[in-house]
Design a protein around this ligand. Structure first.
Ligand code: DGJ
Length: 733
């Protein structure tokens, strides 16, 4: 009841507070939708919401609305909001102007808030949920829209709750990229108007990762204020940051719908994807640490949580489609010898899959390569002490496949019923319509069969094309339309259907780990990570490109889910030749793997690789559990550290991508250690560090230095060659 609703609700985590404004607004004193009044560092007991509200008093500006519509969790058109309304809908062109009033606010025992608002005029109910995770400080929040009318509601937008952005957060750090070069930082100065990133690829995309960071002029890796926002969704999305001319700014993220994609029948609801947010006062390091802490606590399946992540060997760049049992076994010998713990058979193992032009959809072992099925290879791999993993791409079908020949109507298309819109092939494949129950059933049976009949511990789940014509043949909710009738756009339902299929497979095979891959890092988000364990970060194994890719990826995701492989000396994608010390030194800071032809690799390289794998295993616990310390680096450098939670040890990496700008480089500051402790410093990689003349390398190894000197004074770097790196290990003395 309105009289029980308090004007403000404050939720706290260990280091943050969020104050929700639920006061009356407007001259008629109706309760208008809730708004975030404050989100930032934890407020002291002496600070009251009333103080914050008083300080936020605004005035009427010339030629502006006398009373501004609030930046509510879902700003509304009926309230006169002149930015992008958080919810947008209509019933045959009517009832579009909602003005929801708070109906109830409930707080659970953990402090999570549920706010229900209702608009009787447009017959909708909006439910917002907000929670601050105590230990990681991560904000999770959703918007749910319910049709409480008696006619269908057409929904154009229903974004996750809107985040007001402090005006002094005038920098936007967005993300751009492409295949083989994902998670590229794209800094933009905020401007009056709208920064908008839209993704219609049916996956989280290579070019528009669903994340954005808003920060101040002074913010850097180790200091300053920032908001980090991420939408946990693996389909189409929009990211919006608007500075309104009236002198306010907000950020909004949500699904991007095709025309007519979402409609709600009476009593039906739609819930936005979860927006995950971090408010940091200590730069991008603290921001990523919060995300990592949250993911580690909430996204780990207990049956897999404690097991160290095994080092992979993946067959793709070693063999591509040219598979033979004999060569696979020889590779397994070599993989085990260099220290791999899981052997992953990539693309090419199933019926008629001799190239990327045929076979997708026919998930049966190719008898011409494996006359006795996969068992002989799996037995061989296991006898070498490794687990076995298998590549699949279940959402796709090649027209040249038995599946397509039998069910040409099982695909998504822009089919109008008149056959006028050509099907767009990409990598010679089409996208199956997962919203059809019979497609789900077929795929589940195939994968369940593979996992039940073979000792497979891991699936690499790939998706090698964008969804460009997302018309389905099912009605939302699962009822089939007559085939060929042309369907409504279904990206939303396709994404949910994928989650459903993955969940069913995980339920049936709880110990099998799944990797999310979409031609590299095209599907990296917390929606897919709820159903998977690892993300294939990028198809490029070029160590220099990887440093930039991993830098962007690690802003949100922790090292243990970041697939990072040592590729061949001459990178297959960039053609760049990079030595093993560099390749291994870069890959060992993720979930390490090897993806190169070990049958042709020189013995000296293999020996170095073996040492790199051993170094990774030695420090795996630290890398996969520690706190990432982001360090300021010039454009031709990359440096960071991993520090254990108890500050007893740290591993720091300094890489030089291109020639030094000066004759000699500067110092590396080891931030984040305990300033009062003493640390023994050792250079642990490369195996034989050297420089052009006598240098710090000759005197520093084994020295004991205080934490404050390491952080504040820093260690002089030696003169290094471009494309080389140093890894330092620091242990409390
Ligand atoms: C794209 C992936 O990203 C690669 O690693 C490899 O699995 C190929 N697909 C196989 O087709």
């Amino acid at each position: 009841m309105p009289e029980q609703i308090q004007p403000f609700y404050t939720v706290h985590s260990d280091h943050c507070s969020l104050v929700l404004d639920c006061r009356s607004s407007g001259s008629n004193h109706d309760r208008h939708g809730p708004a975030i009044l404050y989100w930032g560092p934890r407020l002291g007991a002496e600070t009251t919401p009333e103080m914050l509200a008083l300080m936020a008093t605004r005035q009427e500006a010339q030629a502006c609305m006398p009373e501004e519509a609030p930046i509510a969790l879902s700003p509304e058109l009926g309230a006169g909001f002149q930015g992008n309304a958080g919810i947008q809908f209509h019933r045959d062109g009517r009832q579009w102007a909602s003005y929801s009033k708070i109906d109830s606010v409930t707080e659970d025992q953990n402090g999570a808030l549920k706010i229900v608002s209702i608009c009787l005029a447009s017959e909708i109910k909006v439910t917002h949920r907000l929670a601050l995770d105590k230990h990681s400080d991560v904000l999770t929040t959703t918007t749910e829209l319910t049709n409480i009318g008696s006619q269908c509601l057409w929904v154009d937008q229903c974004n996750a709750p809107t985040i007001p952005v402090p005006m002094h957060y005038n920098k936007i750090l967005g993300f751009a990229g492409r295949w083989g070069n994902e998670f590229q930082r794209q800094p933009v100065d905020r401007f009056m108007g709208t920064y908008l990133r839209e993704n219609r690829s049916g996956r989280s995309s290579h070019d528009a990762f669903p994340g954005v960071i808003l920060h101040t002029e002074q913010t850097n890796e180790g200091a300053g204020a920032a908001y980090g926002l991420h939408l946990g969704w693996s389909g189409n999305h929009q990211i919006r940051v608007e500075e309104q001319f009236v002198g306010r700014a907000y950020a909004q993220m949500g699904e991007l719908f095709f025309p007519g994609e979402l409609s709600l029948e009476p009593n039906q609801s739609y819930c936005s994807p979860t927006l995950y947010g971090v408010s940091s006062e200590n730069g991008l390091s603290a921001l990523s640490q919060s995300f990592h802490r949250y993911i580690r606590a909430k996204f780990r399946n207990s049956s897999r949580a404690e097991k160290p992540r095994p080092v992979h060997f993946n067959t793709w760049e070693a063999m591509y489609f040219d598979l033979s049992l004999e060569r696979l076994c020889s590779l397994a010998d070599k993989a085990a010898a260099v220290g791999a713990e899981r052997f992953v058979l990539d693309d090419g193992w199933f019926k008629n899959r001799r190239s990327d032009s045929a076979g997708l959809g026919d998930w049966f072992v190719d008898k011409s390569i494996f006359p006795q099925g996969l068992s002989p290879l799996i037995d061989y791999v296991q006898a070498k002490g490794m687990e076995f993993g298998l590549w699949v791409e279940p959402e796709m079908v090649n027209p040249d496949s038995d599946l397509y020949r039998a069910h040409p109507d099982w695909i998504l298309s822009a089919e109008t019923g008149l056959g006028e819109v050509p099907l767009l092939l990409a990598r010679n494949q089409l996208v199956l319509d997962l919203t059809r129950p019979e497609v789900q059933e077929y795929l589940f049976k195939c994968i369940d069969g593979l996992l039940s009949q073979n000792a497979i511990s891991y699936l690499k789940w790939d998706m090698n094309r964008a969804v460009s014509q997302p018309g389905g043949t099912s009605q939302p909710g699962g009822t089939s339309q007559p085939s060929g009738a042309g369907g409504r756009a279904v990206p939303h339902y396709q994404t949910l259907a994928l989650y459903q299929l993955l969940a069913r497979i995980r339920d049936a095979h709880p110990t099998v780990e799944i990797e999310s891959c979409a031609s590299g890092g095209g599907r990296a988000d917390l929606g897919i990570l709820s159903h998977t364990d690892r993300i294939w970060t990028s198809d490029t194994n070029d160590a220099l490109d990887r440093l930039r890719i991993q830098n962007g990826f690690s802003l949100f995701f922790p090292a243990e889910i970041m697939g990072a492989h040592v590729g061949p000396k001459d990178c297959h994608i960039t053609g760049r030749s990079i030595n093993m010390a560099m390749r291994a030194g870069v890959a060992l800071f993720g979930h390490m793997g090897i993806e190169a032809n070990l049958l042709t690799m020189e013995e000296s390289e293999k020996a170095e690789l073996t040492a790199g794998v051993a170094l990774h295993k030695q420090h795996r616990q630290l890398i996969h559990r520690g706190d990432l310390v982001r360090l300021e680096s010039a454009a031709n450098e990359n440096s960071f550290g991993m520090i254990s939670g108890d500050r007893e040890q740290g591993l720091f990496s300094y890489a030089l991508l291109d020639s030094h700008a000066n004759s000699a480089p500067g110092r590396l500051r080891f931030c984040g250690l305990n300033p009062e402790a003493q640390y023994k410093i050792n250079i642990v990689w490369p195996l034989k560090p050297s420089s052009i003349s006598k240098s710090i390398l000759d005197v520093i190894d084994g020295a004991v230095i205080s934490g404050d000197a390491l952080a504040n004074s820093g260690v002089q770097l030696p003169i290094m060659l471009p494309q080389s790196l140093l890894i330092f290990y620091l242990q409390k003395h």
